[in-house]
Each structure stands twice: as structure tokens, then as C-alpha cells.
Design a protein around this ligand. Structure first.
Ligand SMILES: O=C(O)[C@H]1O[C@H](OP(=O)(O)OP(=O)(O)OC[C@H]2O[C@@H](n3ccc(=O)[nH]c3=O)[C@H](O)[C@@H]2O)[C@H](O)[C@@H](O)[C@@H]1O
Length: 475
């Protein structure tokens, strides 16, 4: 006899099957809703990316970018919301800035164009009708806000300064593709003698690797090859005791890594001239000072300290003698740079790194003031101009890379391009102090106005514009 069906087993099976069906359909539901969720997230993300690209500054290759400025009247030279590195609008801006306004004008790529000497040279070149495009990496070695102010200053004169590093070979190549620059004024560098003990690699990166990057592009990519004028330094004379320093003197005893990298630059220049036929002129600057100067330099930082009542440290030699510098005023140095550019011969190499067609020009010049002044004298001039005594802390010159004195013989530069410095230290410092007081006074007022604005006070727009122009009047 067949046994009756096990009803409890059958209903268990039925319950289990319906449980499985429920699991499957809820899994289907979860899968379906996850899919919908995924699609929605994707769409939202794409929408966000689209909105971001629409409203943010252009994203650029290799980290170079335009600078956005609040000054709408100079906007095309400071920013471009539509242009990006390599875009049509970008190329148009670069070409416009590089085009000379006079017949036979030069077309100059200025590196370090938001630096002290770079700013003055860019303005002077543009003023006489040359085309100028600047690059600067706006690093934080000293206050980048000052570099931005200089950038705004040259923009008002029609010069575009791009945020770019000279180690960015792709950007340099792109610039030479867009503009057949006749000249390069290479002033980008890691400056400062004593800082080299604290950050040695930055000197190698800018003054050696950066220089090679520029020479490589100029030699192998640029067509035609440009003529190059670049900044070396009086520090290459190092422990030379013969005075005044002549270009024929020994320069194989640098006292600082800064000096050593500049000396290395001179040797590297020789190589690129020899192999690729690049026309290269090195200028040995002697402690350049003036309006829009570098805050890391002694005359600048002393001014700040004297005004704020802080003590300054004055170095003297172990035998008690004064440390001296051949302080050279910026306007004289600018004339020297322009003279070097004007007398630079064409490079002789074939673009693409081919053989040179013949020997190319290779020059080196001192650009100094020819009259060394003890640093203590510089301080007493500042005290008079600022009508305030410095709190002096006199110490023996530490082993920091400093040299006891500098003194330029400039007869070569005088012979070849009429270089004749005309500004003595008292006259030059007077111009510097005038600028300093105006610039930092205006900066302070601007800050106060900004605070007042935030607090809801009415502040006239012209008030701010006037201050800005006043701050730039001396350049
Ligand atoms: O001629 C040059 O080649 C160099 O000139 C300057 O270097 P330096 O002459 O040392 O200029 P400062 O840093 O302004 O120093 C000027 C003088 O003040 C002295 N000093 C500096 C700082 C300080 O706290 N106390 C002080 O007595 C230095 O020993 C030096 O004799 C620049 O900083 C370098 O970038 C440039 O290449």
C-alpha cells in the first residue's frame, strides 16, 4: 500500500519555493534600482564636470595657466576664460603681445618677466616698439603678490606674461611654434646668494636644468633660432682679489652654490654656442636695486625693518673692514640689457638641432656701477631718506657664500654697446624709497578698503584705481 503523501514536506517545499521566488524578484528589484541609481549618478557627475569646465579657468597642459585678474580693462593680458594653452584665443593673445609696433622691432621672449629686472626690461622693450611675451613661474621664493602686481603693471603696457616654468619644454616649444621670436631675454633664475645654503636644489632646477631646457628648445626646436641674452652674476668672480673685476679675470673660485650655478651656466652657454651655433650673451649683474625690487635683497629688507623699528644685521669682515657692493641702479641695467639685445648677432645653427653654418657670437659682459659702496653707507643713506635710525646689529660675515666686495670694470660693455651707468646710490635709493612708500602705502590702503567693503562701508571704485596707478607711477 502506497503511503499517503507527506503533506508537511510538500508545504515546506512550497514555502521554500515561494521564498526563493521572493528573493529572486527582490534581487531583480535591487539590480534594477542599482542600475537606475548608477545611471543617475553618472548623469549628475557629467553635469557637474560640464558646469565646472564652464565656470573654472582653463585646465592646461603641464601646469601652465593664465592668470585671472580682477582688472577688467587688461583682462585679455591677464586672463582668458575662453582661451587655454594652445587654443586659438591663446595663440592670438601670444601673437598680439609678441608683435612689434615699430618697423624692424624685435620680438622678444622674456623669461622671469614678473621678476624685478624682467618687469623693467619688458616695459622698456614694449615702450620702444618691440614685441614682448613673458613667462614666469610665480614661485614663492618671495611674496608672489608683488610678482602679480608687476604682471599687472606690464599687462597695462600691453605685455602678456604667462604662468609657465622654463623647465616646461613642451610649453617653450609651443611658444616658438606660435611666434618666431628673434630674441630671448632669459632672466628667470633662482636668485639670492645666502639662500643657496638652505635650498640648494632650487638653484640646480632653475639655473642649470632650466637654462638647459631653454637652450635645448632654442637650439633644436625654434625656427629660426633666436639670439639669447641671459643673466649671469657678479658672484662668479667669487674670491677674486684683483679689482675692478674684468671679464678676463678668474671665475673658477665661486664662494656660493648660487655663484657656482651661474658659472655652470656660462660653461653650458659655451657648449650650446659651440655645437648648435646659438648666439649667446651673458650679462654679469652687480647687485641690482631700485623700484619694484626684490624683497630678499638687503636694501629692500633693511627699508622694511627700519620703518617697522626692527633690528638689522650688518656684516663686516673678520679684520673689521667693511663689506662693499657695486650697487647698480635698475635703469642702468635695463639700458645694458637692451644694448646687448640690439647688438646680438643672429644664431647660425640650423633649426632641428642640425649643424651650425659657421661660428656664432658668444659674449660675456659686466653690468655694474663701477663704484663700490660699504653696506653701512647704504644703510646711512636709507636712514636719511626714511628719517629714521636703524637698529644695527653688526656681526662678522658668516660663512654664508658672501664675498667681501664687488667692483665692476665695464669697459667691454661700454665699447660694444655704449653702456655707461649714470645713477649713484643716493639717487637710486631715493627713487626706490619713493616707490616703496607709495607701493606699500597703497597696498595698506587697499587692504583697509577691502576690509571696509566687507564690513559694508561705501568705498569709491576710483579710490582703488587711483591708488593702483600711483603705485606704478615710478616704473
Ligand atoms: O651681484 C650679484 O651677482 C648678486 O647681487 C645680489 O647679491 P648680494 O650682493 O649679496 O646682495 P644683497 O643680498 O642685497 O646683499 C648686499 C650686501 O648686504 C650685505 N648684507 C646682507 C644681508 C644682511 O642681513 N646683512 C648684510 O650686511 C651682504 O653681505 C652684501 O654685502 C643678489 O641678491 C644676487 O641675486 C645677485 O646675483
Amino acid at each position: 500500500m502506497a503511503s499517503p503523501p507527506d503533506t508537511s514536506k510538500a508545504s515546506k517545499l512550497e514555502r521554500y519555493n515561494s521564498y526563493l521566488r521572493r528573493r529572486v524578484s527582490s534581487a531583480k528589484l535591487v539590480a534594477a534600482s542599482s542600475y537606475i541609481l548608477f545611471r543617475a549618478t553618472l548623469i549628475a557627475a557629467l553635469l557637474l564636470i560640464f558646469l565646472f569646465l564652464l565656470h573654472s579657468p582653463p585646465l592646461l597642459l603641464s601646469g601652465s595657466h593664465y592668470y585671472s585678474s580682477p582688472h577688467s580693462n587688461h583682462r585679455s593680458l591677464l586672463s582668458s576664460s575662453s582661451a587655454s594653452y594652445g587654443g586659438a584665443a591663446w595663440e592670438q593673445d601670444v601673437r598680439r603681445s609678441a608683435t612689434p609696433s615699430r618697423a624692424d622691432g624685435l620680438s622678444v621672449l622674456v623669461t622671469g618677466a614678473a621678476g624685478f629686472v624682467g618687469t623693467h626690461c619688458s616695459v622698456a622693450l614694449k615702450r620702444r616698439g618691440d614685441g614682448v611675451v613673458g613667462v614666469d613661474n610665480f614661485n614663492a621664493y618671495y611674496d608672489p603678490a608683488l610678482k602679480r602686481s608687476r604682471q599687472a603693471l606690464v599687462a597695462r603696457r600691453g605685455v602678456l606674461v604667462l604662468d609657465a616654468d622654463i623647465n616646461d619644454g613642451a610649453l617653450l616649444a609651443k611658444l616658438f611654434d606660435v611666434v618666431p621670436f628673434s630674441h630671448v631675454l632669459h632672466l628667470a633664475a633662482q636668485a639670492g646668494v645666502r639662500y643657496a645654503t638652505r635650498n640648494p636644489q632650487s638653484y640646480v632646477a632653475s639655473n642649470v636644468a632650466g637654462l638647459v631646457s631653454l637652450f635645448e628648445t632654442a637650439a633644436k626646436h625654434a625656427d629660426p633660432q633666436p639670439s639669447i641674452v641671459w643673466a649671469s652674476s657678479s658672484s662668479v668672480y667669487g674670491l677674486n682679489t684683483e679689482a675692478p673685476f674684468s671679464e678676463l679675470h678668474r671665475t673658477d673660485r665661486p664662494a656660493s652654490l648660487y655663484a657656482a650655478t651661474k658659472k655652470a651656466g656660462e660653461a653650458i652657454a659655451h657648449t650650446y654656442n659651440h655645437i648648435y651655433g646659438l648666439s649667446i650673451t651673458g650679462l654679469r649683474f652687480f647687485t641690482v636695486y631700485g623700484p619694484w625690487g626684490r624683497p630678499d635683497m638687503a636694501y629692500f629688507s633693511f627699508t622694511k625693518s627700519i620703518l617697522s623699528g626692527k633690528p638689522i644685521t650688518l656684516f663686516r669682515m673678520t679684520d673689521g673692514t667693511a663689506v662693499q657692493r657695486d650697487f647698480t641702479f635698475i635703469d642702468d641695467v635695463v639700458k645694458g640689457c637692451l644694448g646687448a639685445l640690439d647688438t646680438a648677432k643672429k644664431s647660425t645653427g640650423v633649426a632641428g638641432g642640425g649643424k651650425k653654418r659657421g661660428p656664432a657670437q658668444l659674449r660675456i659682459y659686466n653690468l655694474g656701477n663701477t663704484s663700490p659702496v660699504p653696506v653701512a653707507k647704504m644703510v646711512s643713506i636709507l636712514e636719511e631718506l626714511l628719517r629714521k635710525k636703524a637698529k644695527k646689529n653688526v656681526v662678522t660675515l658668516p660663512q654664508n657664500g658672501d664675498v667681501p666686495f664687488t667692483h665692476a670694470n665695464v669697459s667691454l660693455a661700454e665699447r660694444d654697446f655704449g653702456y655707461r651707468p649714470t645713477t649713484d646710490l643716493a639717487t637710486g635709493l631715493k627713487k626706490f624709497v619713493k616707490w616703496y612708500v607709495e607701493y606699500y602705502g597703497a597696498e595698506t590702503t587697499k587692504r583697509i578698503n577691502r576690509k571696509r567693503k566687507i564690513a559694508g562701508d561705501e568705498v569709491e571704485e576710483e579710490e582703488e584705481e587711483e591708488e593702483e596707478e600711483g603705485a606704478t607711477a615710478s616704473a
